[in-house]
Design a protein around this ligand. Structure first.
Ligand code: ARG
Length: 487
């Protein structure tokens, strides 16, 4: 099957050059070689099986490069026009799924050039003037990464939108907040949902910042020492919409920091999604019963007819492992390298592609799970217990002038008395309270309303309904969600 569009896989044509094409040399670098490459080595060396995805950016880079060659008189306007229309034809073949890789196509760069030669003839041999695959591949990868970051940003925004909508919908409903997975203090359900929103905001900021370092042009670095033929790098940057030029050609062909940064951002997104998933997996179990995952995002058991499993969320949690693995794989590859380009760098692509693919698949699923999630607000509220208001008792003593450390100890004594007398904290008799501290009796009754508890936490970033209103507005502003965006 030939490739179709940008997401299919590439098939190879095994019987030599496709459709009787003549290419002057089977390999771009074949001139100094006498012996043939071992068949297995050929396979080992090839990256076309995965880097064909760069075809559109590779062709875009070549179109700009042809224009830059013309600008310095290395191509006549006519030659440049031939190359340009030829490159468009090659792209159309890829787009339509009609491109068939030839047996000698080592990578996307050689494949495009071979096909160009078949379509426009010897003038194709002028395209690579002063260029190396070293600066070419670095350019392609930066163009591709830039495009993917923009898509990722939209998908992250969709998950944020889903969380924000649900946070608005649940109003002032309460739930237990946990630390160490133990009941800690009451919080608004909206507060918990927004706690999953902000990490994604930081992820988007991280990607935006990484994008600035991605958007630097390496083309013109040549193999390592720079272009000798006076190519105008500013013109290339302008044509390819890069913001800056790499300042050192040796660094330019070696630098994969931008890949590492994006893989780190991806690994951290995976970690954030994993936390969201883990919360929902726990909360959807019968033991919690706080939420129900929609049937559309659940699967069944082949053995137990009653089972409904949150596979969408388990896979989300599971995929964080491969996202982290991709980062580790790249850094491990990079750490042993000497300066400039080394073929090891070909190993940068699969982890990068996999991270983009994994996130492109996971993020819409997460957005769907959040959007279709059913909340059991009654059950959440009834899971609050008086013990979660023990801090409020200590705060009451603090307001009566007791130093907090002391107040903490006194409330601890109350908790212990409750355990001894087998009474909940709120039902301790007045005599017990007075025995611990006289100020305890004053407002003791009013403590046991969790709404009162949350309402006091009105600091910026706190869980009071008033603070949540401010937080919701901040969330809207931060992620740039408008109502059009949301619908
Ligand atoms: N396929 C190679 C890669 O992905 C392209 C660059 C090859 N450069 C070279 N000098 N062999 O890195």
């Amino acid at each position: 099957m030939p490739i179709t569009g940008r997401n299919a896989s590439l098939t190879r044509h095994n019987g030599g050059g496709a459709e009787g094409e003549t290419f002057p040399m089977h390999k771009q670098w074949g001139g100094r070689f006498e012996g043939a490459t071992d068949a297995l080595m050929e396979q080992f060396n090839a990256s076309i099986g995965f880097d064909w995805r760069l075809y559109a950016v590779d062709i875009r880079g070549s179109l700009a490069y042809a224009a830059a060659l013309e600008a310095v008189g290395l191509l006549t306007p006519n030659e440049c026009a031939q190359l340009t229309s030829g490159l468009h034809l090659v792209e159309a073949e890829f787009d339509a799924g009609g491109f068939v890789a030839g047996a000698g196509d080592e990578d996307i760069h050689t494949a495009v050039e071979r096909r160009l030669y078949a379509l426009v003839g010897p003038v194709a041999g002028k395209l690579h003037t002063g260029r190396s695959r070293n600066d070419q591949v670095a350019t392609d990868l930066r163009l591709y990464t830039r495009e993917q970051i923009d898509g990722l940003d939209k998908q992250l925004c969709a998950v944020q939108t889903a969380l924000l909508r649900r946070a608005e919908e649940v109003g002032e409903a309460l739930m237990p907040g946990y630390t160490h997975l133990q009941r800690a203090q009451p919080v608004l359900v909206a507060h918990w949902l927004l706690s999953l929103f902000w990490p994604l905001q930081r992820d988007r900021e991280r990607l935006t910042q990484a994008r600035q370092r991605v958007n630097v042009l390496p083309l013109g670095a040549g193999a390592l020492a720079g272009n000798a033929l006076g190519i105008d790098r500013q013109l290339l940057a302008q044509l390819l919409e890069f913001d800056a030029l790499t300042p050192n050609s040796m660094d330019a062909v070696a630098d994969r920091d931008f890949v590492a940064e994006v893989l780190f951002a991806g690994a951290l997104i995976g970690t954030h999604l994993s936390r969201l998933a883990e919360d929902l997996i726990l909360y959807s179990s019968a033991e919690w019963g706080f939420v129900t995952v929609a049937d559309s995002y659940s699967t069944g058991s082949s053995l137990m007819p009653q089972k409904k499993n949150p596979d969408s969320l388990e896979l989300t949690r599971g995929k964080s492992g491969r996202l982290l693995g991709n980062l580790v794989a790249l850094l491990t590859t990079l750490k042993g390298l000497p300066s400039t380009y080394n073929k090891d760098l070909q190993e940068d692509k699969e982890p990068l592609f996999d991270t983009f693919d994994t996130l492109a698949l996971t993020l819409p699923v997460v957005a769907g799970v959040v959007t279709t999630l059913q909340f059991h607000l009654e059950r959440m509220a009834s899971s609050l217990d008086d013990g979660m208001l023990a801090t409020d008792v200590a705060d009451m003593l603090v307001r009566a002038g007791v130093p907090f450390r002391e107040a903490h100890g006194l409330v601890g004594q109350l908790v212990r008395r409750g355990e001894v007398l087998e009474l909940p904290l709120r039902e301790l008799p007045a005599a017990e309270l007075v025995a611990v501290h006289p100020a305890l009796t004053e407002h003791y009754e009013s403590i046991w309303d969790p709404h009162r508890s949350v309402a006091q936490r009105m600091v910026v970033g706190g869980t009071a309904p008033a603070a949540i209103k401010v937080q919701l507005a901040a969330a809207h502003a931060a992620c740039g969600i408008t109502d059009d965006h949301v619908d």
